[in-house]
Write a protein that binds this ligand. Structure first.
Ligand code: NAD
Ligand code: ZN
Ligand code: ZN
Length: 345
């Protein structure tokens, strides 16, 4: 089969590799129908994630068709169409019982990191019963690819941890796929305003289409002053969806007393906490790795038409154009790319 293989920092190939086989009775082999590229894949390719070693097949998002199942898989059979969770989990351990799937004692593996991923014609999914979701009949499979990672991430770590409520003023810093996922899912709770902050006008334009009531380009104006100037004393919820110290700083300086700062971004370095200010203002700070425990709920929301994450897709490619898809996604600002879909059919 063909797969997108990480060779080393700055190097990848679309190459012939062996088709994966069942190695545990709880495994399933899935034929990938649609997959995508995540910003994390670009970090891996830069060499920022040393745990990923040469020869690894990248990718942690996708939908596909069950090709084969191990003897202990009971929820799926050959031919079923499935959504693949970016995290594999046993469903039985102490953490899985708390739905903290990313901390599973026999998994918590992000596909395309310590085990091979979805940017391939076939992928092996460990603990298939708990790591795959049946696709409701008639669903848009491109929309569902957005549910492998970015939608649960923006929703769980941004919107739910941030405790967005009706009437709230919400600010989201970072209009990438994850920030946009927070923007789409925050609207479940009817906030009064959603302010999107980014440095890229193209992304801010997209954010307006997806429901941002205001946008601020922080490359041109002081975002903190701009937010404080248009709110009484700041926002109820600030969602950090970039992962660098300056955007964390914006967040901690725009939250009103009693508000929430939900950090979603993965920070390569530490950030300075303005602990005096946060203390005196009773601000709740949350952060965490996505658990993908809201995926069944998000699946129903997409199936009902209430959520349309396919709107995040800006480019489509076939499997033989995988390297071109990376080229476009890697030059997202110039190409006006947000999510790219790569399809086998
Ligand atoms: P992305 O790189 O595609 O988007 C980031 C956005 O931030 C871009 O639109 C960029 O223009 C903007 N930006 C960059 N620097 C900025 C600055 N100084 N000020 C304002 N805007 C700035 O990223 P993404 O894929 O949307 O992911 C966002 C973050 O979420 C990343 O840190 C990613 O690692 C993280 N993430 C976290 C989890 C989790 O489990 N918590 C899961 C997936 C991704
Ligand atoms: Zn991802
Ligand atoms: Zn587990």
């Amino acid at each position: 089969m063909k797969a997108l293989v990480y060779v080393g920092p700055g190097q990848k190939t679309w190459d012939a590799v062996p088709v994966p086989t069942i190695s545990q009775p709880t495994d399933a082999i899935i034929r990938i129908v649609k997959t995508t590229i995540c910003g994390t894949d670009l970090h891996i390719l830069k060499g920022d994630v040393p745990a990923v070693t040469s020869g690894r097949i990248l990718g942690h998002e996708g939908v596909g068709i069950v090709e084969e199942t191990g003897n202990a898989v009971s929820n799926f059979k050959k031919g079923d169409r499935v959504l693949i969770s970016c995290i594999t989990s046993c469903g039985k351990c102490e953490y899985c019982k708390k739905q903290m799937y990313s901390h599973c004692e026999d998994g918590g593996w992000i596909l395309g990191h310590l085990i091979d991923g979805t940017q391939a014609e076939y992928v092996r999914i460990p603990h298939a019963d708990n790591s795959l979701y049946p696709i409701p009949a008639g669903s848009d499979e491109e929309a569902l690819v957005m549910l492998s990672d970015i939608l649960p991430t923006g929703f769980e770590i941004g919107v739910l941890y941030g405790a967005v409520k009706p009437g709230d003023i919400v600010a989201i810093v970072g209009a990438g796929p994850v920030g946009m996922a927070a923007l789409l899912t925050a609207q479940f709770y009817s906030p009064a305003k959603i302010i999107m902050i980014d440095m890229d006008d193209g992304r801010l334009e997209m954010a307006k289409k997806f429901g941002a009531t205001e946008v601020i380009n922080s490359a041109r104006v002081d975002a903190v002053q701009a937010v404080l100037g248009q709110t009484k004393d700041g926002v109820d919820v600030a969602i950090e969806a970039v992962g660098v110290p300056p955007t964390f700083d914006i967040c901690q300086n725009i939250v009103r007393p009693g508000g929430h700062l939900a950090n979603v971004g993965v920070h390569g370095t530490s950030v300075d906490l303005e602990i005096q200010k946060l203390w005196i203002q009773n601000i709740t700070i949350t952060t965490g790795l996505v658990n993908t425990n809201t995926t069944p709920m998000l699946l129903k929301t997409v199936a009902s038409g209430k959520l349309q994450p396919e709107n995040l897709i800006t480019h489509r490619f076939g499997f033989e154009q995988f390297l071109q898809a990376y080229e476009v996604f890697g030059n997202a600002a110039k190409e006006k790319a947000l999510k790219v879909i790569i399809s086998s059919d």
